[in-house]
Design a protein around this ligand. Structure first.
Ligand code: ATP
Ligand code: ZN
Length: 213
């Protein structure tokens, strides 16, 4: 049986449109947005799976998918055994610490002993440890920005792109701890015939990127 690459993409969110567009520009056709959870390409040996972004590294590690597109922030936070094979240049954002706008800031040591709300406890924990700061990390899965104004935490650590969400929640960005963009990840041990398909795909992706620059 000839092999088919299984590629996991975010179903709907800030990675989706550019991920779909990338394959379109590579000349790989498939249906999406129909509510279906998977779709087979009509002109390339690939099957696409539409998932929540947080689940993609785990599916790729387990070999349910051969490839996936996620933000580097999610790839690092989930800490799965996957290979980053290419940086894609879209969905650029940063993970930053923010505090209430009226509060003073003299440096990361201000957070010693404080409470910080985040959806990225591993990335934040690693950063604080590297700075020699001990703080209480509270993991929250959504609406992190409201934590300071309701007294749940003195600071947040969250994804920022324009900063408008921080502003509208009365927060100011004080320290960037991680910079992210979309990446293509692969399962650790690809069979040779799938690796050949990955090489073909990478060749097309690089050609698309060169044409854009
Ligand atoms: P899902 O429902 O799939 O779990 P989500 O709400 O967790 O989605 P999104 O907000 O769609 O995730 O963000 C997906 C990824 O896009 C993030 O992990 C990050 O890498 C990147 N991202 C997040 N916010 C922005 C932004 N404002 N601008 C650009 N990229 C962003
Ligand atoms: Zn998510």
């Amino acid at each position: 049986m000839s092999s088919v690459l299984r590629i996991a993409l975010q179903k709907s969110g800030r990675l989706s449109e550019d991920s779909y567009q990338l394959f379109k520009e590579c000349g790989i056709r498939f249906d999406y947005g129909t509510g279906k959870l998977k779709s087979i390409s009509s002109n390339f040996p690939a099957e696409f799976l539409f998932l929540r972004d947080d689940d993609i590294p785990g599916y790729v590690e387990d070999g349910v998918a051969d490839l996936g597109i996620v933000g580097e922030n999610v790839a690092v936070e989930t800490n799965r055994q996957v290979n980053t094979i290419h940086k894609l240049g879209f969905s650029k954002c940063r993970l930053s610490i923010a505090i209430l706008r009226g509060n003073d800031w003299s440096g990361i040591q201000d957070l010693e002993g404080k409470n910080i709300a985040t959806s990225y406890p591993n990335l934040l924990g690693t950063y604080l440890a590297s700075q020699g700061v001990t703080a209480n990390i509270h993991e929250i899965s959504g609406s992190v920005e409201i934590a300071p104004s309701i007294g749940l935490a003195e600071a947040v650590c969250d994804i920022v792109s324009s900063g408008s969400t921080l502003l509208s929640n009365g927060l100011k960005e004080v320290e960037t701890i991680f910079r992210s963009e979309a990446i293509l990840i692969a399962r650790p041990e690809l069979p040779a015939e799938k690796q050949t398909l990955v090489d073909k795909l990478l060749f097309r992706i690089k050609a698309v990127q060169v044409a854009k620059n």
